[in-house]
Design a protein around this ligand. Structure first.
Ligand SMILES: *[C@@H]1O[C@H](CO)[C@@H](O)[C@H](O)[C@H]1NC(C)=O
Ligand SMILES: *[C@@H]1O[C@H](CO)[C@@H](O)[C@H](O)[C@H]1NC(C)=O
Ligand SMILES: *[C@@H]1O[C@H](CO)[C@@H](O)[C@H](O)[C@H]1NC(C)=O
Length: 416
């Protein structure tokens, strides 16, 4: 009987994830790319160039600023770290001017602060920035990264043929496994295939801990909104492949940079929580505003992102500029809900929505909590109405939990 149930349960579960014990919830950390790009000019811009000083400074900020305590664990270098040539044995070498102590020392430094260390390479002949790629060196590079103490590898796909990626990414995943060091594998495989072919998401989930589905985000509302639109379209049903061990990656958080208003920053953070997305900040933690910092450290929103059920949220209702997203979370029967107003001008949008339209069908009703400030938004029954006001390019986000205790006084939120 027991065996029967196990088999039955297995039949309903997701494709197996990459079996390295990592990314059981979406990875959290910091990544150089969006904010610091391929700045290699350490002579004139020593504080912001891709080098060990930047990584050390950011690692300290992650600890001192409370980010590590909140869950942000990985400090990651993106492109433009290596020398232009491999060494005589074909191994990658970090740029000696910018990483004078080498990568192993830097990884040790990061580890001593309680953080994990991430690095970048590319499946093709060159990286996107023109540095040596891993093609023909997959095993050598996997071994090098393991020797250095790397904990996460972001593996890009410039200068390669998307048709080779199924085999190539699987080979790299195998070589990483063979090193014996658990290394979180962040892939860009579906991004490069999605234009011309249908990515094999079963294979991707078996091979990678996270995967980029579309192009790079940038520090603008257009880019954030565009990304939300692509997730909403869910062209390959990729949302259903997210789960413990493997996640869709809509790219970095630009919260704390220059391009988003305070409402738009809240929107990006709320939506990435709904997407069960990796939370990789790309900002300057040395000079971030306290408003952005507090948002990034919001424990209730992080809890939604990190929810152990691991189900990616989906678009429930779309009406003109209003989108309503929901994400099942624990305890069973609970949801996180975001109402997004994509409209850009004028005044706040006002809507009225019934509990049942939000998928809240238990007649005992639900308790609503605003995740931004932790305040109660009262209770809602399937037939009760919720009235909301949503700022332009902003969101309202709340959790709904089954109201088990029927003796509690019933309050309908904002009854008209
Ligand atoms: C390698 O793969 C095996 C089998 O899937 C798994 O049990 C093991 O934990 C993996 N090791 C690493 C270091 O990822
Ligand atoms: C940022 O992204 C938007 C939306 O995808 C795009 O239209 C714009 O050209 C991008 N800007 C830059 C500087 O790449
Ligand atoms: C998406 O994938 C899930 C899980 O595999 C499946 O149940 C569902 O029918 C799929 N939806 C579409 C539209 O293909």
């Amino acid at each position: 009987m027991m065996l029967f149930w196990l088999i039955l349960l297995a039949g309903f579960s997701l494709t197996a994830s990459l079996d390295n014990g990592l990314a059981l919830t979406p990875p959290m950390g910091w990544l150089t790319w969006e904010r610091f790009g391929c700045n290699t000019d350490c002579e004139h811009d020593p504080k912001n160039c891709i080098g060990e000083n930047l990584i050390k400074a950011m690692a300290h900020e992650m600890v001192d600023g409370g980010y590590l305590e909140a869950g942000y664990q990985y400090v990651c270098i993106d492109d433009c770290w290596p020398s232009k040539e491999r060494d005589s044995e074909g191994r990658l070498v970090p740029d000696p001017k910018r990483f004078p102590n080498g990568m192993k020392a830097l990884a040790n430094y990061v580890h001593a602060l309680g953080l994990k260390f991430g690095i970048y390479e590319d499946f093709g002949t060159k990286t996107c920035g023109g540095y040596p790629g891993s093609e023909f060196y997959l095993q050598t590079d996997a071994n090098t990264f393991a020797e250095w103490g790397v904990d996460l590898l972001k593996f890009d796909g410039c200068h390669s043929n998307p048709k080779d990626m199924d085999a190539g990414y699987e080979a790299m995943s195998l070589y990483l496994n063979k090193t014996g060091r658990p290394i979180l594998f962040s892939c860009e495989w579906p991004l490069y295939q999605s234009g011309s072919m249908t990515p094999d998401y079963d294979a991707i989930r078996r091979t990678c801990n996270m995967w980029r589905d579309y192009g790079d985000i940038n520090d603008s509302w257009d880019s954030v909104l565009n990304t939300i639109g692509i997730v909403a379209a869910n062209k390959f049903n990729q949302s259903s492949y997210a789960g413990p061990g493997g996640w869709n990656d809509p790219d970095m958080l630009v919260v704390g940079d220059f391009g988003l208003s305070p409402d738009q920053e809240k929107t990006q953070f709320a939506m990435w929580a709904m997407f069960a997305a990796p939370l990789l900040m790309s900002n300057d933690l040395r000079s971030i505003s306290s408003v952005s910092r507090e948002l990034l450290l919001n424990t209730r929103i992080i809890a939604v992102n990190q929810d152990k059920l691991g189900v990616q949220g989906t678009l429930l209702i779309e009406l003109s500029n209003i989108q309503i997203w929901n994400r099942p979370i624990l305890p069973k029967g609970s949801y996180a809900i975001v109402v997004l107003n994509r409209g850009e001008g004028g005044s706040a949008a006002r809507i009225s929505v019934k509990g049942q339209q939000l998928g809240l069908n238990d007649p005992k009703g639900y308790a609503l909590v605003n995740v931004f400030d932790g305040s109660s938004m009262g209770y809602l029954t399937p037939t009760g109405s919720l009235e909301l006001s949503i700022n332009p390019t902003g969101v309202v986000m709340f959790t709904v939990t089954l109201k088990q205790d029927t003796t509690l006084h019933f309050v309908r939120y904002n009854k008209t």
